[in-house]
Design a protein around this ligand. Structure first.
Ligand SMILES: Nc1ncnc2c1ncn2[C@@H]1O[C@H](COP(=O)(O)OP(=O)(O)OP(=O)(O)O)[C@@H](O)[C@H]1O
Length: 255
């Protein structure tokens, strides 16, 4: 679980995060949504410990980040998996080399232990025949699976995903969403996804926080977001014609 208490972050005169408070529960898929420039990435970076808030606190399973020593912070970082926008795989390494990388860097496991773990996570993300291939030889959807396998190989307590669907066709995007969602439940991970994708909101948004101009404008579930009357949220959610029609149908059904 991650508890966020009144977090502020500025860059010079630019007050980007203006008192964000929320709770991200474990075993749940949490989404951060909002328009471009609303502060989603800065918030994600605060949660990752890459930016330190100017004010406020972030608490990881009962431990305040600000009270941790440097070595405790390093340990906490090893409990965090990250799926970057665009996968960020090492082009010169095979699929299994990419997935093994964190184990090689941060653990003292033997080669065969590492290999077993790599085989296990690649199987879990449904990639069984790609071990020896290079990122350039596999599809975008497969690259995402490798990125997810690499993010969970260290058995993280927290999983952060920055736009995990960017560049994928809608069908593959849903498969990737569902995979992240299943893994979150299966391994009881606190997962936080930064997204623009309304399909993700509908499919896997167990908890959604909507940022606007650095404020938390709204929070709720995927069921609630389509019923809210908050104008900022409806403007964002129904910016596409398709969703406007869905909302209209919902209102007609309700009346
Ligand atoms: N390292 C930084 N130094 C200075 N300003 C920054 C830095 N990172 C972000 N900002 C500023 O913070 C504000 C919010 O940016 P952020 O990247 O969090 O938006 P976002 O909601 O993630 O947008 P997008 O959806 O386009 O990625 C912007 O005004 C940006 O210029």
């Amino acid at each position: 679980m991650i508890e966020v208490e009144d977090v502020h972050k500025s860059f010079g005169d630019n007050h980007v995060l203006k008192g964000i408070s929320t709770v991200f529960e474990k075993g749940k898929t949490n989404l951060i949504i909002g328009q471009s420039g609303s502060g989603k990435t800065v918030f994600l970076k605060c949660l990752l410990g890459l930016f330190e808030p100017d004010e406020g606190q972030i608490c990881y399973n009962g431990q305040y980040y600000s009270e941790l020593s440097n070595s405790e912070r390093r340990d906490l970082r090893q409990e965090m998996g990250m799926v970057f926008q665009g996968s960020a795989l090492f082009d010169s390494m095979t699929v299994e080399g990419n997935v093994m990388f964190p184990l090689d860097m941060f653990t003292k496991q033997s080669k065969s232990e590492m290999q077993d773990r790599v085989d296990f996570v690649l199987k879990r993300v449904n990639l069984v025949d790609a071990h020896k291939r290079y990122p350039s030889e596999i599809s975008g959807g497969m690259q995402k699976r490798v990125a997810i396998a690499r993010a969970i190989v260290m058995n993280p307590k927290y999983l952060f995903c920055d736009e995990p669907n960017s560049g994928l066709d809608p069908k593959t995007a849903i498969l990737i969403d569902n995979l992240i969602h299943e893994i979150t439940q299966e391994y009881d991970i606190t997962t936080i996804i930064n997204t623009h994708d309304m399909n993700s909101v509908m499919e896997i948004g167990e908890k959604i926080i909507f940022l606007k101009n650095g404020y938390k404008e709204w929070e709720g579930t995927n069921k609630e977001i389509f019923k809210t009357d908050n104008e900022a949220v409806t403007d964002f959610v129904y910016s596409s014609e398709l969703f406007k029609k869905v909302r209209q149908m919902y209102i007609e059904e309700r009346n």
